[in-house]
Ligand binder design. Structure first.
Ligand SMILES: C[S@@+](CC[C@H](N)C(=O)[O-])C[C@H]1O[C@@H](n2cnc3c(N)ncnc32)[C@H](O)[C@@H]1O
Length: 339
């Protein structure tokens, strides 16, 4: 008789169950449950009342999350506290990942993966009824959480790469799709004479202006509403951080060409993106990111250095080098391609 492959069955059930853990974690973070918790035990009924949740449903979800070391839950006293892992989902933690879990994203569209597999198209329009960016633009609260999620991820991915780049000591750095400006602020802090222009969609910019002012950079950084596909402002260095992987190849070429419109012949372009191995392989995290892009945005994908080289060339730029950063991030350095 065939022996049951117990370990494989257990591994499959881990995968089967982890999807629901992810959804529960996103849901409690969206409701702001971690913000109601800390080291002091708090009754679930009180937390449920504070966030507008059903106490029984919340208790059962917290019991699941306790099994994954996100909260400690004492059924005897009905009291719950945050673990050192769960505390990272409080919005006020300096290393918070709350917005990353709360934002509109994979958790809202992954249930349409079968459609994406059949059609090769993004799942977001099927799941949301419109494309991802339009959905966000029409919902200011969700847009704000998305922008905050991007800032959290920039802190982990792009900011550690700032020191890998040889920034000029003066001139203008233009950050296209710069979001809340955390990256551009870090770049401007490398040299006091450097000035910046942050370009993004108008609905993002209130937060960007506030963030730039908070960092004392208002006089050195212009925050400008603009379209990635329209001519970019004149500058000496252009930055595209985690923007190009949101778009299909043709859109990437248009974005790169738009960036080049007013760029001098010696302008540089610094791209912050992960770079896939050339042999078609990917780490588990890279494969995850690639599928997330596939589901969220039409034609979006992670790319190899060679794929970026070809797109850069088509968009009027020449790839100089790619430099690895922390896991999940590279710096791609480019300059204007000679005509
Ligand atoms: C994935 S986020 C990256 C944000 C930031 N660069 C970072 O590294 O955290 C993509 C950014 O592109 C902006 N964006 C999307 N479509 C745009 C468009 N058509 N014109 C200008 N910005 C756009 C979004 O608002 C968002 O801030």
């Amino acid at each position: 008789m065939m022996r049951e492959p117990i370990a494989e069955i257990a591994a499959l059930f881990d995968v089967y169950q982890s999807g629901l853990v992810f959804h529960c974690l996103c849901a409690v973070t969206r409701l702001g449950v971690p913000d109601q918790l800390g080291e002091e035990p708090r009754p679930v009924t009180e937390v449920a009342a504070a966030v507008g949740a059903d106490a029984d449903a919340l208790r059962r979800v917290l019991r699941l999350l306790a099994g994954h070391h996100l909260v400690d839950f004492d059924p005897g006293t009905d009291a719950v506290t945050l673990t050192p892992r769960g505390v990272l989902l409080r919005g006020d933690h300096p290393l918070s990942l709350a917005a990353t879990f709360a934002t509109l994203g994979v958790s809202d569209v992954a249930h349409r993966t079968t459609d994406a597999l059949r059609t090769g198209r993004a799942a977001a329009p099927v799941a949301l009824g419109e494309d991802f960016w339009s959905f966000l633009a029409a919902r200011p609260q969700r847009q704000a959480v998305f922008s905050q999620a991007m800032a959290e991820q920039a802190r982990l991915l792009s900011l550690p790469c700032v020191d890998l780049v040889d920034w000029p000591t003066e001139g203008v750095v233009v950050d296209l799709g710069g979001g809340t400006g955390a990256l551009l602020a870090a770049v401007l802090n490398t040299a006091p004479k450097l000035r910046g222009v942050l370009v993004d969609q108008p609905q993002v910019l209130d937060r960007s202006r506030a963030a730039v002012a908070e960092r004392g950079l208002a006089d050195r950084c212009e925050v400008r509403a603009g379209d990635l596909f329209g001519p970019a402002p004149a500058g000496d260095v252009y930055v595209l951080s985690r923007v190009l992987h949101d778009w299909d190849d043709e859109a990437v070429v248009r974005i790169l060409a738009a960036a080049a419109t007013n760029a001098p012949a010696d302008a540089r372009l610094v791209i912050f993106e992960d770079v896939l191995p050339e042999d078609g392989s990917a780490t588990a995290a890279q494969a995850w990111a690639d599928i997330a892009m596939m589901l969220l945005y039409e034609g979006a994908r992670e790319r190899t250095a060679e794929q970026y080289r070809v797109l850069l060339d088509r968009g009027g730029w020449q790839l100089l080098e790619t430099v690895p950063g922390p896991p999940g991030m590279h710096v791609i350095d480019a300059t204007r391609r000679p005509a």
